[in-house]
Design a protein around this ligand. Structure first.
Ligand code: MN3
Length: 200
């Protein structure tokens, strides 16, 4: 089975004005799709073509297969973590954030800093590592599962994520995502699932 481009969990126009439909036409419709197509091309006729995406990522050496597989995963994870109309952080997630990072405001500040200070292309993350929440960043296609961490949230800081809407103003794009688009309900569910997996 070839790898497929997942459906976006929202309408392309639904994230405006924070992320425009035009950005999604390119970012999802061209960039994300290109990673899927390239991965299928690279794995055609190889045993890895029947593995899960996670298996491909975890076993791949640095190079084109890893880069394209990880970028497929990263983008799907990014889309799933955002939605129109952000809600406040609550419940168990808020308690874990306060315990490990000090406060919700501190989490947002660390996310903003990680996004802004990632030199060049990459991703900022909220991860679970050894049972604790942590904000991290990775370059290019790199991702938490290669570092023994479980991803809970990501923000794409490749220029293609914001250049149409914000030009070079990465901090404005990041602030708009953090304040208006993060789907904290999904982040809370990712944390719950990660804790269940750890307990197993
Ligand atoms: Mn991207």
């Amino acid at each position: 089975m070839p790898f497929t481009l997942p459906q976006l969990p929202f309408d392309k126009a639904a994230l405006a004005p924070h992320i425009s439909a035009e950005t999604l036409e390119f970012h999802y419709g061209k960039h994300h799709k290109a990673y899927v197509d390239k991965l299928n091309e690279l794995l055609a006729g190889k045993p890895e073509a029947s593995q899960t995406l996670e298996q491909v990522i975890l076993s791949a050496e640095p190079g084109p297969v890893f880069n394209n597989a990880a970028q497929v995963w990263n983008h799907s994870f990014y889309w799933n973590g955002i939605k129109p109309g952000g809600r406040p952080i609550g419940g168990d997630l808020a308690a874990a954030v306060t315990r490990d990072l000090g406060s919700v405001e501190e989490l947002k500040k660390q996310l903003q800093d990680a996004c802004v200070t990632q030199f060049g292309s990459g991703w900022a993350w909220l991860v679970l590592e050894k049972g604790k929440l942590k904000v991290t960043k990775t370059g290019n296609a790199d991702l938490p599962m290669k570092h023994g961490q479980t991803a809970l949230l990501t923000i794409d800081v490749w220029e293609h994520a914001y250049y149409i809407d914000y030009r070079n103003a990465r901090p404005k794009y990041v602030a708009a995502v953090i304040e208006n688009l993060v789907n904290w309900d999904v982040v809370a569910k990712n944390l719950k699932d990660a804790l269940v997996a750890v307990a197993r």
